[in-house]
Ligand binder design. Sequence first.
Ligand code: KG4
Ligand code: ZN
Length: 365
Amino acid sequence: MTESISILGIESSCDDTAAAVVTARDGQAHVLSSVVSGQDDLHAAFGGVVPEIAARAHAERLDLCVEKALAEAGLDLSDVDAIAVTAGPGLIGGVLSGVMCAKGLSLGSGKPLLGVNHLAGHALTPRMTDAVAFPYLMLLVSGGHCQFLIVEGAEDFTRLGGTIDDAPGEAFDKTARLLGLGYPGGPLVEQEAKSGDAKRFKFPRPLLDREGCDMSFSGLKTALRRARDKIIEEKGGITLQDRADLCAGFQAAVADTLAEKSRRACLAFQASTGKQSAVFAVAGGVAANSVIRDALTGAAEQTGMRFLAPPLKYCTDNAAMIAWAGVELYRTGHRDDLTLSARPRWPLDKTAAPMLGSGKKGAKA
Ligand code: KG4
Ligand code: ZN
C-alpha cells in the first residue's frame, strides 16, 4: 500500500490568517484546501501591519478558517494525521494565536502537533508544487524576509546571505507611502513604474561593491525621499510623470540588486553542492513583480540554473506550505507536544550569525 499522509496546516505569523489541508500520496502533494483570510483592509490606513490589530484578527478568524479548510477538503479532524502550525518567526501575538489554536485542536483530537518554521514553509514550497529534489537554491523575498538559502533537506538549510536591514517588500511599501500610493505598495509601485522612465533617477545599487550575497535596501528609501523632496523644492510638487519615474527608478534598483546577488548566490550554490543545473526557486510576495521575476530568470540563465516561481498563491503567505512542511517533518519522525512555544525569532540556519534589526513585520530572520 502506498503511504498517505494528511496534515492540517495553520498560519498566522503576519497579516494573513490561513488554514489548509494537504495530503501526500504516491510521491505527490495534493492541496485539498487552502483558505486565506487577508487583513489588508485593517492595516491600509497605517501603511503597514499593526501587530496588535493583526493578533486580534487572527484570534477571531482562526477557528472559522480551520472549519472551512476541513469542510472544503471533505475531511474531519479525526481524518488528519497531524496538525502543523507556524510556531515562528513572526509577530508574536499572531504566532501565539495560531499555536494556541493548534494546541487546542491537538488536545481535543489526540492528533500530534508539529511546530513549523514559517521560513521552512516558504523554502519547501517548490517540493509541494513541483516535486523539486534536494538540493536547490531558494530566494525568499517578501515584506518581512529576504535571504538566499541552500535547501538540502526538510531541516537542512544553509543561509548564503540576506538583507542587513529592510526587506524589499517593506521598501516597496515605504516607497508607496512616500509617494502617496496605497497599501500594500508593491503592486501599486509596479503599476506606476510601467509608465515611468527607469533611467531618469540614478538610485544606488547597495552593497554591489561588497563580495557575497548580503543586501541592503534602507538607503534606497532615503535616496527616493531625497529625490522626491528635491523635485518638490524645485517645482512646488510632483507630477504624475515624476511619480512614475521615481517608481520605475526604484524598482530597477531593487531588480538590479536582486539579479546580481542572485547570480552570485547561484555560483555559491554550485560551488558548495557541486550541482551545476539545479533549481533556483523564489518565494514571497515580491515574486509577483514581473520586472523582478525577469531579473531573477536572467540571473539563473547566466549561471545555468533553472528558475522556478511557484504559483503566486503559494508564494505569498498561506497554510498549504505549512501543512506541506508538516508532511516533511512528519516523515522524519518529528513530533511536538503541548510544550511547543511561539518564537518571534527562529533562524533557519542554525550556524548563521544572528541578524541585526527588526522591521515592521518583526524579525528578518
Ligand atoms: O509574502 P507576502 O504576502 O507577505 C510577507 O511579507 O510575508 O509579501 C507581501 C509583500 C508586501 O510588502 C508587498 O508590497 C510585496 O510583497 N509585493 C510586491 C508585489 N506584490 C506584493 N512587491 C513588488 N511588486 C509586486 N508586484
Ligand atoms: Zn511569509
